[in-house]
Design a protein around this ligand. Structure first.
Ligand SMILES: [Zn+2]
Length: 337
């Protein structure tokens, strides 16, 4: 069984982008109007997705809105809230179309300079009413310009973490847009943000004394931190922090790194119990590697057979069921309904 914890609804019907276009034309008068996507259009938008899951042996995808389009940096809090609700409703419609293949993960109505306490209401709606099992959290809300976002280790975020622990939902750290002209969106900005998130959390008391029960997943191998272990081991000694090996093992990572040799090194360093299968399907790496003739993001056949059996089970699905406590319950409820 393979559970892919990192998929985005990048194939959503064009009506979603059209809605966003109308919203952007009326930024000064944001309406909190809902968008009802036709069920047939939603189902059609996922046919290619499900076909690729079948071809790759992926049983289930934890589906979230398109990350680069979360749009937190655009407009104020009301605009972010309205767009976030529509995006999360679109994911709920996708889950309803294929309830055996998708489970929802929400985006949050983050907005530059606004406390994450403003995200709590929508997180509760997605978990309690839509049945979602996790959330994306953007570590750089403004996209690189003032007002800059506090470190993920800062207590500024605590209202969000308190609710996540209470609801038993893990967060996936996930960058969105950048307004910095020197950063490539999903080339350097994503990776840099995920690297910074790992360093900031490991250098803080977030997962030690403040929220030891909080589960956070950093995609793309934490931006490459596990390949620079000695730099961070040295920094933690110099700064009199806990050993970096202990700190980094409080986080979870996914396999959306795409190179099996690199992943094997990372899993060996950080531990198979901290890695979750994630391919970010229909994302950056959905391109054929000319060296192998298969897509870069078709990582399962390149990675899982090279792991010991217990590690392969952990990475492919067992860790996901443990880190997303609501996932098993959601699947059980569907199988009996
Ligand atoms: Zn992603």
């Amino acid at each position: 069984m393979i559970i892919d914890v990192h998929g985005h609804y990048t194939t959503a019907p064009a009506a979603l982008d059209a809605y966003r276009g109308r919203m952007l034309a009326r930024l000064n008068k944001p309406a909190r109007a809902r968008l009802a996507l036709p069920a047939e259009a939603v189902a059609a938008s996922l046919e290619r997705y499900v076909a690729q899951m079948d071809a790759r042996g992926i049983d289930l995808v934890l589906l979230s809105p398109r990350a680069s389009g979360m749009g937190h940096e655009i407009g104020g809090e009301a605009v972010s809230r309205a767009w976030t609700e529509v995006c999360n409703d679109a994911v709920a419609a996708a889950v309803a179309a294929f309830p055996d293949r998708f489970v929802g993960v929400c985006q949050l109505p983050q907005s530059p300079g606004v406390s994450p306490a403003g995200c709590v209401e929508e997180l509760r709606r997605c978990v309690d009413e839509l049945g979602f099992v996790g959330f994306l959290v953007n570590p750089d809300v403004s996209g690189g310009l003032p007002p800059l976002t506090p470190s993920l280790g800062d207590q500024w975020w605590d209202p969000l973490w308190e609710t996540a622990v209470e609801l038993r939902v893990p967060g996936m750290i996930h960058a969105s847009a950048t307004r910095h002209p020197a950063f490539h969106l999903n080339g350097s900005h994503y990776i840099a943000q995920h690297y910074a998130a790992t360093v900031e959390i490991c250098g803080s008391d977030l997962l030690t004394s403040r929220f030891p029960e909080l589960a956070l997943i950093v995609p793309h191998g934490g931006g490459g931190v596990p390949t620079n272990m000695n730099r961070h081991r040295a920094l933690h000694i110099t700064e009199r922090r806990e050993p970096f090996d202990d700190a980094v093992r409080r986080l979870y990572f996914d396999t959306a790194v795409y190179d099996p040799d690199t992943l094997l090194t990372m899993i060996d360093t950080v531990g198979a119990d901290r890695f979750l299968f994630g391919s970010e399907m229909f994302g950056t790496a959905n391109v054929v590697d000319p060296r192998t003739g298969t897509a870069f993001d078709d990582i399962a056949p390149a990675l899982l057979p090279r792991l010991p059996a217990a590690a392969a089970d952990a990475v492919s699905h067992a860790n996901a069921l443990r880190v997303f406590p609501r996932l098993a319950a959601a699947l059980a409820a569907r199988s009996t309904s």
